[in-house]
Structures are given as structure tokens and as C-alpha cells.
Design a protein. Structure first.
Length: 133
């Protein structure tokens, strides 16, 4: 289907989803770039692209993509979570605290954010603060 209709958003989206499920993130990046060229304002595609960059080990590029998304949509919790994971992969645990605080301000009961926040505090040696969460 991709060979017949290489610009069909539905076909591209499904093929990329399959590549991601197969952990073929480098292969999906080429298609993401094509997809974002066709539909550059789609936040979901941009998030998937940034996450695929992270999963492909292109951490600095992923960080830049998530920052671009968050500049446009600072309250996007999905982007904030992806950004935090990228920062953690880069071992930038202190830098990950502010986006985690932003997530928790939006949703104080976000369990994943609470866990990541406590983990980051523990890694940074703030054991009491982590315990008090």
C-alpha cells in the first residue's frame, strides 16, 4: 500500500506504527519526516517522531523536538513525559525536575510523574524530599 500511495496519511501512520512495534525506530524516522512534511502541524505525529528519535538513540535530536513541541504547547502532558524520559536517558536528572513539576501541577495524581520525580530526587541525593512525596 505504501508503494501505491506513498503520501496517504492513513497508510503512512499504520506502517510507522508497525515499524515502532517491531522496534525499527530508525526505519520509522524516514517515514515520520515524510509524514510531517505532508502534515507539519500534527502534534501527535510530532510526538511520535520525537519519541522514535529517543528510542533510536538520537537523544539530542529527541530533546530538541520535545522542546519545540513544548514551546508550542507547554501544557502537553504527553510531550512533557517524553521530554522527561529523554532527559533521563541523557542523565540530566536535575533538568527533568521542572517538567515533572509542570506535569504534577496539571495533574497532581499522575502516578508516573510522581514516581519519576521521586526517582530523580533519589538519584540526586535528595532522599528525604523523595521519601516525603
Amino acid at each position: 500500500a505504501l508503494q501505491i500511495e506513498p503520501t496517504n496519511l492513513y497508510v503512512l501512520e499504520n506502517y510507522i506504527g508497525m515499524l515502532r512495534q517491531l522496534n525499527r525506530h530508525n526505519d520509522s524516522l524516514v517515514l515520520f519526516e515524510q509524514l510531517l512534511e505532508i502534515n507539519p502541524n500534527n502534534t501527535i505525529f510530532a510526538l511520535w517522531y520525537a519519541d522514535s528519535l529517543r528510542l533510536a538513540g538520537k537523544l539530542e535530536e529527541s530533546k530538541a523536538e520535545f522542546e519545540q513541541i513544548l514551546n508550542f504547547a507547554p501544557d502537553n502532558v504527553w510531550a512533557s513525559h517524553g521530554y522527561v524520559e529523554t532527559l533521563r536517558d541523557l542523565k540530566l536528572f536535575r533538568d527533568a525536575l521542572d517538567p515533572l513539576k509542570r506535569i504534577l501541577k496539571i495533574n497532581p495524581n499522575d502516578i508516573a510523574a510522581l514516581i519519576r520525580y521521586a526517582e530523580n530526587l533519589r538519584i540526586l541525593g535528595a532522599f528525604q524530599e523523595a521519601k516525603d512525596l
